[in-house]
Design a protein around this ligand. Structure first.
Ligand code: C5P
Length: 281
């Protein structure tokens, strides 16, 4: 039996480039793995997969990305043993923090180790892309630029140290629904420069405001004005950069190390769930 940490991510900027013939969107995003994590305990057991989780919002059937990771490896490598998995969830479901995708990637890496499959980074990336758009990022994790549907992952150097205050407004947002709304052209790119081209120009945290934005943010804030209100409040609390993560619903703020985040976070506890985190580097 072994326990694996399955970390969340934040999107520092998300540009939607175009819609593809397969219905997905080509995008560009700078992703950062963060210290907020679920714990996944795995033990070999029986001939199939059995899953438990403390969060009732997590599906325990074949929709679960841990189950799909097991089935995918079973299909390709004919696993003989089953597994018993227990997930202690802290990353809220439907929060834009990649919890489900991270669980899928963590399981691929864990099964690779437990079943001694000897899969290399590239093999894992290919398998991960079959599980979902955000799953490949979590194979290397840390800091990376993602492109295509999410499957083109380019590790980049870590920007600068910071602390993160995450505000989850206690409701989930459906990624598929947000992408559908985006099609109606409610958003315009403020600046059309590739993140890839400007990463090297980012010195301090404030520089992020100059180049990085999330195309989905205005779409989601129109649907849920309370998110715009949280963003405004965070911006006024000394944050250097404030953004929604992915397709929402979490809004986060980056602060200089040494900032008293516990004090600042007090203003958000009533209606929301608040997390303090650091980047994983
Ligand atoms: O790949 P995943 O299943 O996580 O994506 C969830 C939904 O988000 C997709 O069904 C699609 O509607 C939308 N999506 C998209 N373009 C992406 C990623 C996700 O349109 N690059």
């Amino acid at each position: 039996m072994k326990t694996f940490k399955s970390h969340a991510k934040i999107n520092i900027g998300l540009r939607i480039i175009n819609k593809r013939p397969d219905g997905y969107h080509n995008l560009e995003s700078l992703l950062q793995e963060i210290s907020l994590h679920d714990d996944i305990t795995i033990a070999k057991h029986g001939r199939d997969i059995r899953l438990r989780c403390n969060d009732p919002a997590v599906p325990l059937n074949d929709d679960n990305l841990c189950v799909r990771a097991y089935r995918l490896l079973q299909e390709h490598y004919g696993l003989k043993d089953g597994v018993e998995i227990n997930i202690v969830k802290r990353i809220p479901v439907g929060s834009g923090l990649g919890g489900g995708s991270s669980n899928g990637a963590t399981c691929l890496k864990a099964f690779n180790e437990i079943f001694r499959l000897d899969l290399k980074m590239n093999d894992l990336l290919v398998l991960a892309s079959q599980l979902g758009s955000d799953v490949p990022f979590f194979i290397p994790g840390k800091t990376a630029l993602v492109q295509g549907r999410g499957e083109v992952v380019t590790p980049v150097p870590f920007l600068n140290d910071y602390r993160i205050l995450l505000v989850y407004p206690n409701f989930a947002v459906s990624t598929a629904a947000v992408f559908k709304y985006f099609e109606f052209g409610l958003t315009e790119n403020p600046i059309d420069i590739k993140f890839e081209a400007v990463i090297s120009r980012v010195g301090g945290l404030e520089d992020l405001n100059r180049y990085f934005y999330n195309d989905l943010e205005s779409v989601v804030c129109n649907l849920y004005p309370e998110l715009a209100e949280i963003s405004r409040k965070l911006s006024e609390s000394g944050a250097k950069f404030v953004s929604m993560s992915g397709s929402g619903s979490t809004v986060y703020a980056l602060f200089e190390p040494g900032t008293d985040l516990r004090e600042i976070s007090k203003g958000y506890f009533k209606k929301n769930r608040v997390f303090l985190a650091r980047p994983v580097i």
